[in-house]
Design a protein around this ligand. Structure first.
Ligand code: NAD
Ligand code: DAU
Length: 332
């Protein structure tokens, strides 16, 4: 039995991983989370108290991090400022949490010889042309576009350096866009679902032609646990489920599933530096570690996600006004 420290475990994907570990293993989990605007402790309700502890704190707090890492067998590091639009408004918290926070954790893992898995994003690779036959692989060159993705790229490179220079037992995964229940309403899919549920028209950036490679958060969690248990130290694994769709197609599907005319959306000011297309080739993860996604039908996964937002207004309504106020200030 192991004790796993999950940073950012009160956020969307981290909380999904906590449930996945507690449901499928005998491990104990401690969540270290600063509880920023993006966190929601309601996502962690109902977990077994004998195997789960929540600690509120900052991953850049070296003393706290050292104490916690010393008492755990592994760290799975999700904590980050995660939203591109916010990083364009105010990059500093992204540097503090994503770069200094990762550095602080790596130093503790180095001191205590702790297994470390770093969660990252496909955005470190920049973007692809719509007609590019290639997808991102583990050997694609880094080319991040936004303050968010550049800080994630920096954190990946720190992990690689700490493996090579200091022998830290680390792995890295870079995943594509996640969807599913418990995602903050600032993100594309929950924003549009909750817009329709509150009588507001969905908002597409630019012409809505940008492509994202959607994967259900449950599939991301199963892949991370597989890499934590069976991945080769020092290796990077790309996680994706062959889910490429453009934003217009996704909004039309949301509107259709909610019984609205599929053209009842507005085009709004584009995000500056907006990446055009992401696409993941996850052959290495599938062939080396025999991982497969369970959610291969996006329309079904989306319908279940919409049903969750319809039935869980108490979870998202308290965050909706603040998220929309941030967008209004950005003209979106
Ligand atoms: P999220 O914004 O929903 O959650 C982030 C969590 O980290 C929050 O609970 C927040 O309170 C916590 N946090 C932030 N700064 C912290 C700090 N300094 N100390 C402690 N806790 C802190 O994000 P998410 O969408 O769940 O993403 C989680 C991770 O997965 C991030 O590293 C992100 O880069 C990566 N990722 C996300 C996606 C996606 O589609 N959302 C895809 C690939 C990778
Ligand atoms: O690719 C992985 C990344 O996916 C993660 O690393 C990030 O943490 C996560 O936020 C996500 O980044 P994106 O910028 O792709 O996600 P977002 O949900 O902000 O937007 C998805 C797409 O939808 C993008 O092309 C912008 C567009 N969009 C977004 C919003 C909020 C709209 O058209 N309208 C909107 O209202």
């Amino acid at each position: 039995m192991s004790h796993i420290l999950v940073t950012g475990g009160a956020g969307f994907i981290g909380s999904n991983f906590v449930h996945h570990v507690l449901d499928n293993t005998v491990h104990h989990v401690t969540v270290l989370d600063k509880l920023t605007y993006a966190a929601n402790t309601a996502s962690l309700e109902g977990l077994p108290a004998s195997r789960f502890t929540l600690v509120q704190g900052d991953i850049a707090d070296a003393d706290l991090v050292d104490d916690l890492v010393a008492g755990h067998d592994a760290v799975v590091h999700y904590a980050a400022e995660s939203h591109n639009d916010n990083s364009l408004d105010d990059p500093r918290p992204f540097l503090e949490s994503n770069v200094i926070g990762t550095y602080t954790l790596l130093e503790a893992a180095r001191r205590h010889g702790t297994r470390f898995h770093h969660i990252s994003t496909d955005e470190v690779y920049g973007d692809l042309a719509l007609d590019d036959p290639n997808r991102f692989t583990e050997s694609t060159a880094y080319n991040p576009s936004s303050p968010y993705s550049s800080t994630k790229a920096a954190s990946d490179l720190l992990v690689r350096a700490w493996v090579r220079s200091f022998g830290v037992d680390a792995t890295i995964s870079n995943c594509s866009n996640n969807y599913g229940p418990y995602q903050h309403v600032e993100k594309f899919i929950p924003r549009q679902i909750t817009n329709v549920l509150t009588g507001v028209r969905p908002k597409l950036y630019g012409a809505g032609a940008n492509v994202r490679d959607w994967i259900h958060a449950d599939d991301h969690s199963s892949a991370v646990l597989t890499i934590l248990e069976h991945g080769r130290i020092g290796e990077t694994y790309l996680i994706g489920a062959d889910g490429e769709m453009n934003n217009r197609e996704v909004v039309e599907m949301i509107l259709g599933q909610l019984g609205q005319p599929t053209d009842a959306y507005d085009l709004v000011t584009d995000r500056v530096g907006h990446d055009l297309r992401y696409a993941i080739d996850s052959t290495k993860l599938r062939s080396e570690l025999s991982w497969e996604p369970r959610y291969t039908n996006f329309a079904e996964g989306l319908a279940a996600t919409i049903a969750w937002y319809q039935s869980n207004r108490d979870w998202w309504e308290p965050q909706k006004d603040a998220a929309e106020a941030r967008y209004a200030a950005q003209g979106r």
